[in-house]
Design a protein around this ligand. Sequence first.
Ligand SMILES: [Zn+2]
Length: 400
Amino acid sequence: MKVGVFKKGRNLPRVKADNLAVVVQALRKLQPIARTTLADVTGLTAATITNMVDELSDLDLVVERPSEERQVGRRPTLLTLNRDRGQVIGVEISRSRVRVVRSNFGGDVLARVERPFKPGAVKRNLAQIKDVISEVAGGPNLLGIGVGVPGPVSSALGLVVSPPNFGAWQNVELAETLGEAFGVRCWLDDDAKTAAFGEAWYGAGQNVSTLLYISLRSGIGAGLIVNDRVYRGTHELAGEIGHTTIHVDGPLCECGNRGCVETLVSVPAILLEARRLGLDVPDLETLRSLADAGEARAVQVRERTHTYLTATLLNAVNHYDPDVIVLGGQLVAAWPDLTEALAAKVKGRSFGFLSKDVRIEPSMLGKDATALGGVALVIDQVLRDPHGVLKPVEHVESAD
Ligand SMILES: [Zn+2]
């Protein structure tokens, strides 16, 4: 008999771990927070909250301070996550650069470095990546490394599978390699999904339940965050918005499809269209200046880009019904008016209430989005499974 796949039940130890995760998530989002409020929002009893806070205190993950507010009687104490619990490294690996940030446990960036990068031979590339990380990795108590890298990836296996235009990289065990090199756990995800996670934690998408991040650069990717989780799909290919069709007879794409978003409004595609019209512009900034000055062909290229991106956003709004769409990447950096122009065009082109409510905003984290997303990946793992993740760190410390 075929039984199929069922949602799994939870045994008692798992229930406890889940409750701890719920408490920690509420703490992260609502801090500083009183114990009574924590009990209210999580639906757990005061006694359970006490147990869990004790457990988190033992792991040095929370600190409790008297509230600044003076009230009649006893001054309430407020809980916050311990920003000084340890340090985290976040990494972005792209086709042109490696960008690394080192942050505290609160996501405050303490150091950052960016170096040019060219995908090629894997061994040489890995040595380069380790070198860049080493430039900022100093400091005690490193808790982990989180990496955003061009997909497709296997986040569960820490594997970079086969990114297009990425040298000889095929099934590279990047998480294990970096973890071993720095003596900590390492997690990775697709770059756009990682940036989405970064915006959800530290940027334009805090306190929303559904966030779509779209990265507009040489490739076009997206990451969808639903209720604090990255939505991946069966093959971790969810969010390949760059390969959805917006022009059925359009140019052939390397994915095998025609008229993909990426063939029409990726940065190279925009510059190619300008050249086709006889405008030999070196970059997006020059194209923007010409359009601002009223150069007819530059205006035409910009209008065409707006039209195709509007279609892309409308499809996304109708597919995902997000609270917010965050636009990031090189195109957004080069054309600062882009996001507002697209938001205006999307309004009124979908179900009225839907497009009226959806926020379309530029990335708040800019160039740090993916690296800070890497930081969030690590802190998320620590908070979801503090005993499991922090144990090896304790071990490393005691060996010193
Ligand atoms: Zn395609």
